[in-house]
Design a protein around this ligand. Sequence first.
Ligand SMILES: [Zn+2]
Length: 364
Amino acid sequence: MNQSENNYAQDPLQLISENLTSSSNRYSRQIRYANIGATGQKELGQARIAIVGIGALGSVIAQHLVRAGIGYVRIIDRDIVEWSNLQRQMLYTEADALALLPKAEAAAAHLRAINSSISIDPIAADLTSQNAEKLLSDVHLILDGSDNFSVRYLINDYSIKHNVPWIYGGAVGSSGMTMTILPMESPCYRCMFPEPPPPGTTDTCDTAGVISPIIDMIASIQATEALKLLTSNHQALHRTLLQIDLWNHTWLPLNVSGARRNDCPACAHNHYLFLESNRQEPIAVTLCGRQSVHITPGIYAKLDLNSIAANFTKIGNVEQNPYLIKLHLNDQLSLILFADGRAIVQGTEDSTKARSIYAELLGN
Ligand SMILES: [Zn+2]
Protein backbone atom coordinates (compact mmCIF):
# COMPACT_ATOMS: atom_id res chain seq x y z
CA MET A 1 0.00 0.00 0.00
CA ASN A 2 1.51 3.37 -0.92
CA GLN A 3 1.45 6.46 1.28
CA SER A 4 -1.61 8.08 -0.23
CA GLU A 5 -3.68 4.92 -0.05
CA ASN A 6 -2.56 4.59 3.50
CA ASN A 7 -3.68 8.16 4.27
CA TYR A 8 -6.96 7.55 2.56
CA ALA A 9 -7.55 4.48 4.65
CA GLN A 10 -6.84 6.45 7.78
CA ASP A 11 -8.56 9.75 7.27
CA PRO A 12 -10.33 10.34 3.96
CA LEU A 13 -11.72 13.72 4.97
CA GLN A 14 -8.32 15.10 5.90
CA LEU A 15 -6.84 13.92 2.59
CA ILE A 16 -9.65 15.51 0.59
CA SER A 17 -9.26 18.79 2.45
CA GLU A 18 -5.46 18.78 1.93
CA ASN A 19 -5.95 18.27 -1.79
CA LEU A 20 -8.54 21.02 -1.99
CA THR A 21 -6.26 23.54 -0.30
CA SER A 22 -3.04 22.50 -2.05
CA SER A 23 -1.17 25.14 -4.07
CA SER A 24 -1.47 23.02 -7.23
CA ASN A 25 -5.23 23.14 -6.84
CA ARG A 26 -5.32 26.86 -5.94
CA TYR A 27 -3.33 27.87 -9.04
CA SER A 28 -4.56 25.11 -11.37
CA ARG A 29 -6.33 27.40 -13.87
CA GLN A 30 -3.33 29.72 -14.07
CA ILE A 31 -0.90 26.80 -14.47
CA ARG A 32 -3.10 25.42 -17.26
CA TYR A 33 -2.71 28.75 -19.09
CA ALA A 34 0.13 27.84 -21.46
CA ASN A 35 2.04 31.15 -21.23
CA ILE A 36 2.46 30.67 -17.48
CA GLY A 37 2.46 26.92 -16.85
CA ALA A 38 4.11 25.20 -13.88
CA THR A 39 7.42 26.99 -14.53
CA GLY A 40 5.79 30.42 -14.53
CA GLN A 41 3.86 29.58 -11.38
CA LYS A 42 7.11 28.69 -9.64
CA GLU A 43 8.62 32.01 -10.77
CA LEU A 44 5.60 33.87 -9.37
CA GLY A 45 6.04 32.10 -6.05
CA GLN A 46 9.64 33.32 -5.86
CA ALA A 47 8.86 36.88 -7.00
CA ARG A 48 8.99 39.92 -4.70
CA ILE A 49 7.07 43.09 -5.53
CA ALA A 50 6.26 46.46 -3.99
CA ILE A 51 2.96 48.24 -4.57
CA VAL A 52 3.20 51.97 -3.88
CA GLY A 53 -0.23 53.30 -2.96
CA ILE A 54 -3.02 50.89 -2.09
CA GLY A 55 -5.99 53.05 -3.00
CA ALA A 56 -8.07 52.49 -6.11
CA LEU A 57 -5.43 51.15 -8.53
CA GLY A 58 -3.43 49.44 -5.79
CA SER A 59 -6.49 47.55 -4.48
CA VAL A 60 -7.07 45.94 -7.85
CA ILE A 61 -3.38 45.28 -8.59
CA ALA A 62 -2.91 43.69 -5.17
CA GLN A 63 -5.97 41.47 -5.46
CA HIS A 64 -4.86 40.08 -8.82
CA LEU A 65 -1.25 39.51 -7.81
CA VAL A 66 -1.98 38.10 -4.35
CA ARG A 67 -4.51 35.69 -5.84
CA ALA A 68 -1.94 34.79 -8.54
CA GLY A 69 0.51 33.65 -5.85
CA ILE A 70 3.31 36.25 -5.95
CA GLY A 71 5.58 35.14 -3.09
CA TYR A 72 6.16 38.48 -1.38
CA VAL A 73 4.04 41.63 -1.64
CA ARG A 74 5.07 44.85 0.13
CA ILE A 75 2.37 47.49 0.30
CA ILE A 76 3.30 51.09 1.03
CA ASP A 77 0.60 53.67 1.73
CA ARG A 78 0.39 56.82 3.88
CA ASP A 79 -3.37 57.14 4.08
CA ILE A 80 -6.31 55.90 6.13
CA VAL A 81 -9.54 54.38 4.77
CA GLU A 82 -12.26 57.01 4.39
CA TRP A 83 -15.92 56.89 3.45
CA SER A 84 -15.31 58.58 0.07
CA ASN A 85 -12.86 55.77 -0.85
CA LEU A 86 -15.51 53.03 -0.82
CA GLN A 87 -16.94 53.95 -4.24
CA ARG A 88 -13.81 52.70 -6.02
CA GLN A 89 -11.22 51.24 -3.63
CA MET A 90 -12.26 47.63 -3.96
CA LEU A 91 -10.42 46.12 -1.00
CA TYR A 92 -12.12 48.16 1.72
CA THR A 93 -15.30 47.92 3.72
CA GLU A 94 -17.39 50.34 5.76
CA ALA A 95 -15.93 48.77 8.91
CA ASP A 96 -12.39 49.73 7.80
CA ALA A 97 -13.45 53.35 7.36
CA LEU A 98 -15.31 53.50 10.69
CA ALA A 99 -12.25 52.06 12.48
CA LEU A 100 -9.95 54.72 10.92
CA LEU A 101 -7.59 51.98 9.76
CA PRO A 102 -4.44 52.79 7.79
CA LYS A 103 -4.94 51.47 4.25
CA ALA A 104 -1.73 49.40 4.41
CA GLU A 105 -2.99 47.54 7.51
CA ALA A 106 -6.60 47.14 6.33
CA ALA A 107 -5.42 45.93 2.92
CA ALA A 108 -2.97 43.46 4.47
CA ALA A 109 -5.75 41.93 6.59
CA HIS A 110 -8.03 41.44 3.57
CA LEU A 111 -5.21 40.16 1.35
CA ARG A 112 -4.11 37.62 3.99
CA ALA A 113 -7.70 36.38 4.17
CA ILE A 114 -7.60 35.92 0.38
CA ASN A 115 -4.24 34.11 0.29
CA SER A 116 -2.62 33.01 3.55
CA SER A 117 0.23 31.21 1.79
CA ILE A 118 2.22 34.25 0.69
CA SER A 119 4.06 36.97 2.55
CA ILE A 120 2.32 40.35 2.84
CA ASP A 121 4.29 43.23 4.32
CA PRO A 122 2.24 46.37 5.08
CA ILE A 123 4.12 49.64 5.55
CA ALA A 124 2.04 52.65 6.62
CA ALA A 125 4.40 55.40 5.49
CA ASP A 126 4.82 58.21 3.00
CA LEU A 127 7.34 57.22 0.31
CA THR A 128 9.89 60.06 0.25
CA SER A 129 13.50 60.62 -0.79
CA GLN A 130 14.45 59.87 2.82
CA ASN A 131 13.07 56.35 2.90
CA ALA A 132 12.73 55.24 -0.74
CA GLU A 133 16.10 53.48 -0.88
CA LYS A 134 15.00 51.36 2.08
CA LEU A 135 11.31 50.83 1.31
CA LEU A 136 11.84 49.90 -2.34
CA SER A 137 14.84 47.61 -1.78
CA ASP A 138 14.87 43.86 -2.42
CA VAL A 139 12.00 43.69 -4.90
CA HIS A 140 11.95 42.57 -8.53
CA LEU A 141 9.20 44.94 -9.63
CA ILE A 142 7.46 48.12 -8.43
CA LEU A 143 3.81 48.80 -9.20
CA ASP A 144 2.48 52.34 -9.16
CA GLY A 145 -0.86 52.65 -7.38
CA SER A 146 -0.19 56.22 -6.30
CA ASP A 147 -2.20 59.31 -7.11
CA ASN A 148 0.56 61.88 -7.32
CA PHE A 149 3.39 62.94 -9.57
CA SER A 150 6.14 63.37 -6.99
CA VAL A 151 5.96 59.71 -6.00
CA ARG A 152 6.19 58.61 -9.63
CA TYR A 153 9.35 60.66 -10.25
CA LEU A 154 10.81 59.17 -7.08
CA ILE A 155 9.96 55.61 -8.18
CA ASN A 156 11.41 56.34 -11.62
CA ASP A 157 14.71 57.53 -10.15
CA TYR A 158 14.94 54.45 -7.94
CA SER A 159 14.05 52.18 -10.86
CA ILE A 160 16.75 53.56 -13.16
CA LYS A 161 19.40 53.75 -10.44
CA HIS A 162 18.86 50.16 -9.28
CA ASN A 163 17.69 48.58 -12.54
CA VAL A 164 14.28 47.54 -11.22
CA PRO A 165 11.34 47.76 -13.67
CA TRP A 166 8.17 49.59 -12.67
CA ILE A 167 4.67 49.87 -14.07
CA TYR A 168 3.08 53.30 -14.14
CA GLY A 169 -0.68 53.74 -13.96
CA GLY A 170 -3.06 56.64 -13.50
CA ALA A 171 -6.77 57.29 -13.95
CA VAL A 172 -9.09 60.29 -13.73
CA GLY A 173 -12.64 60.83 -14.99
CA SER A 174 -13.26 57.93 -17.36
CA SER A 175 -9.76 57.78 -18.83
CA GLY A 176 -6.46 56.33 -17.75
CA MET A 177 -2.91 55.72 -18.83
CA THR A 178 -0.31 53.04 -18.21
CA MET A 179 3.22 52.23 -19.29
CA THR A 180 5.77 49.58 -18.34
CA ILE A 181 9.22 51.01 -17.70
CA LEU A 182 12.21 48.75 -18.28
CA PRO A 183 15.40 50.56 -17.20
CA MET A 184 17.83 51.23 -20.07
CA GLU A 185 15.55 49.37 -22.48
CA SER A 186 12.30 51.33 -22.75
CA PRO A 187 11.96 55.10 -22.36
CA CYS A 188 11.67 56.01 -18.68
CA TYR A 189 8.97 58.16 -17.10
CA ARG A 190 11.16 61.29 -17.37
CA CYS A 191 11.81 60.59 -21.06
CA MET A 192 8.04 60.82 -21.55
CA PHE A 193 7.27 63.53 -18.96
CA PRO A 194 10.53 65.42 -18.28
CA GLU A 195 9.22 67.57 -15.41
CA PRO A 196 6.28 67.31 -13.00
CA PRO A 197 3.38 69.53 -14.12
CA PRO A 198 2.89 72.73 -12.09
CA PRO A 199 0.24 72.23 -9.38
CA GLY A 200 -3.30 72.91 -10.58
CA THR A 201 -2.57 72.36 -14.28
CA THR A 202 -3.78 68.78 -14.58
CA ASP A 203 -7.11 67.10 -13.89
CA THR A 204 -7.19 65.14 -10.67
CA CYS A 205 -9.94 63.00 -9.21
CA ASP A 206 -10.51 66.06 -7.02
CA THR A 207 -11.43 68.31 -9.94
CA ALA A 208 -12.71 65.82 -12.52
CA GLY A 209 -13.94 62.90 -10.39
CA VAL A 210 -13.39 59.32 -11.43
CA ILE A 211 -15.51 56.26 -12.22
CA SER A 212 -14.36 52.93 -10.87
CA PRO A 213 -14.35 50.80 -14.07
CA ILE A 214 -11.46 52.78 -15.62
CA ILE A 215 -9.44 52.08 -12.49
CA ASP A 216 -10.07 48.35 -12.80
CA MET A 217 -9.10 48.48 -16.44
CA ILE A 218 -5.79 50.28 -15.95
CA ALA A 219 -4.91 48.25 -12.85
CA SER A 220 -5.74 45.00 -14.66
CA ILE A 221 -3.36 45.92 -17.47
CA GLN A 222 -0.67 46.74 -14.89
CA ALA A 223 -1.26 43.37 -13.20
CA THR A 224 -1.09 41.54 -16.54
CA GLU A 225 2.20 43.25 -17.40
CA ALA A 226 3.48 42.18 -13.97
CA LEU A 227 2.53 38.56 -14.69
CA LYS A 228 4.39 38.72 -18.01
CA LEU A 229 7.50 40.30 -16.48
CA LEU A 230 7.66 37.92 -13.54
CA THR A 231 7.21 34.79 -15.67
CA SER A 232 9.96 35.61 -18.22
CA ASN A 233 7.46 36.61 -20.91
CA HIS A 234 9.10 39.94 -21.78
CA GLN A 235 8.31 39.51 -25.48
CA ALA A 236 4.61 39.85 -24.61
CA LEU A 237 4.88 43.29 -22.90
CA HIS A 238 2.75 45.90 -24.72
CA ARG A 239 5.62 48.45 -24.99
CA THR A 240 3.35 51.44 -25.48
CA LEU A 241 2.08 54.41 -23.55
CA LEU A 242 -1.46 53.13 -23.49
CA GLN A 243 -4.36 55.54 -23.09
CA ILE A 244 -7.91 54.32 -22.58
CA ASP A 245 -11.17 56.24 -22.28
CA LEU A 246 -14.00 53.95 -21.23
CA TRP A 247 -16.84 56.46 -21.56
CA ASN A 248 -15.91 57.24 -25.17
CA HIS A 249 -14.70 53.70 -25.73
CA THR A 250 -11.29 54.56 -27.13
CA TRP A 251 -8.07 52.58 -26.83
CA LEU A 252 -4.95 54.43 -27.93
CA PRO A 253 -1.61 52.60 -27.77
CA LEU A 254 1.16 55.13 -28.44
CA ASN A 255 4.28 53.47 -29.79
CA VAL A 256 7.17 54.67 -27.60
CA SER A 257 9.93 52.44 -28.96
CA GLY A 258 11.88 55.48 -30.23
CA ALA A 259 11.08 57.78 -27.31
CA ARG A 260 14.19 57.32 -25.15
CA ARG A 261 15.82 60.73 -24.86
CA ASN A 262 19.55 61.11 -24.89
CA ASP A 263 19.18 64.22 -22.73
CA CYS A 264 17.02 62.47 -20.09
CA PRO A 265 18.35 63.50 -16.67
CA ALA A 266 17.48 60.10 -15.19
CA CYS A 267 18.20 57.36 -17.71
CA ALA A 268 20.78 59.16 -19.90
CA HIS A 269 22.69 61.20 -17.31
CA ASN A 270 22.01 59.26 -14.09
CA HIS A 271 20.99 62.38 -12.18
CA TYR A 272 18.46 61.25 -9.60
CA LEU A 273 17.12 64.63 -8.57
CA PHE A 274 14.00 63.29 -6.83
CA LEU A 275 15.66 60.36 -5.05
CA GLU A 276 18.73 62.24 -3.90
CA SER A 277 17.17 65.46 -2.65
CA ASN A 278 18.23 65.98 0.96
CA ARG A 279 14.99 67.42 2.15
CA GLN A 280 14.72 68.01 5.89
CA GLU A 281 11.69 70.33 5.79
CA PRO A 282 8.20 69.08 6.56
CA ILE A 283 6.06 68.60 3.45
CA ALA A 284 2.36 69.40 3.33
CA VAL A 285 0.36 67.92 0.45
CA THR A 286 -3.33 68.50 -0.25
CA LEU A 287 -5.03 65.12 -0.68
CA CYS A 288 -7.07 64.42 -3.77
CA GLY A 289 -10.74 65.37 -3.27
CA ARG A 290 -10.76 65.05 0.47
CA GLN A 291 -10.55 68.49 2.14
CA SER A 292 -7.41 67.17 3.82
CA VAL A 293 -3.71 67.91 3.96
CA HIS A 294 -1.08 65.23 4.60
CA ILE A 295 1.99 66.36 6.53
CA THR A 296 5.26 64.48 6.43
CA PRO A 297 7.72 65.64 9.07
CA GLY A 298 11.24 66.59 8.04
CA ILE A 299 12.63 63.94 10.37
CA TYR A 300 10.74 60.80 11.30
CA ALA A 301 9.99 60.19 14.96
CA LYS A 302 8.72 57.39 17.14
CA LEU A 303 5.92 59.02 19.09
CA ASP A 304 4.33 57.80 22.29
CA LEU A 305 0.73 57.99 21.08
CA ASN A 306 -0.73 57.19 24.51
CA SER A 307 0.82 60.16 26.25
CA ILE A 308 0.02 62.49 23.35
CA ALA A 309 -3.59 61.25 23.38
CA ALA A 310 -3.77 62.03 27.10
CA ASN A 311 -2.61 65.61 26.40
CA PHE A 312 -4.96 65.98 23.45
CA THR A 313 -8.02 65.16 25.58
CA LYS A 314 -7.56 68.64 27.13
CA ILE A 315 -8.10 70.15 23.68
CA GLY A 316 -10.94 68.09 22.18
CA ASN A 317 -12.45 64.66 21.66
CA VAL A 318 -9.87 61.97 20.90
CA GLU A 319 -10.31 58.66 19.08
CA GLN A 320 -7.49 56.12 19.13
CA ASN A 321 -6.58 52.78 17.56
CA PRO A 322 -3.25 50.89 17.57
CA TYR A 323 -1.97 52.92 14.61
CA LEU A 324 -3.06 56.50 15.17
CA ILE A 325 -4.97 59.07 17.20
CA LYS A 326 -7.61 61.44 15.90
CA LEU A 327 -8.18 64.74 17.65
CA HIS A 328 -11.42 66.61 16.88
CA LEU A 329 -10.50 70.31 17.09
CA ASN A 330 -14.01 71.54 16.24
CA ASP A 331 -16.96 70.57 14.02
CA GLN A 332 -14.92 71.03 10.85
CA LEU A 333 -11.30 70.44 11.76
CA SER A 334 -9.54 67.35 13.00
CA LEU A 335 -5.98 66.06 13.14
CA ILE A 336 -4.97 62.44 12.63
CA LEU A 337 -1.51 61.66 14.00
CA PHE A 338 0.53 58.53 13.22
CA ALA A 339 3.29 57.12 15.41
CA ASP A 340 6.00 58.12 12.92
CA GLY A 341 5.04 61.79 13.21
CA ARG A 342 3.00 62.02 10.02
CA ALA A 343 -0.38 63.70 10.24
CA ILE A 344 -3.51 64.31 8.21
CA VAL A 345 -5.34 67.56 8.91
CA GLN A 346 -8.96 67.06 7.89
CA GLY A 347 -11.34 69.91 7.07
CA THR A 348 -9.00 72.16 5.10
CA GLU A 349 -7.14 72.21 1.79
CA ASP A 350 -4.96 75.09 2.95
CA SER A 351 -1.51 73.59 3.45
CA THR A 352 -0.18 76.63 5.35
CA LYS A 353 -3.07 76.43 7.80
CA ALA A 354 -2.55 72.68 8.17
CA ARG A 355 1.15 73.13 8.90
CA SER A 356 0.47 75.78 11.48
CA ILE A 357 -2.08 73.53 13.24
CA TYR A 358 0.52 70.76 13.23
CA ALA A 359 3.22 73.08 14.58
CA GLU A 360 0.91 74.46 17.30
CA LEU A 361 -0.05 70.99 18.52
CA LEU A 362 3.26 69.20 18.11
CA GLY A 363 5.97 71.80 17.69
CA ASN A 364 8.23 71.44 14.70
ZN1 LIG B 1 14.68 58.57 -19.35
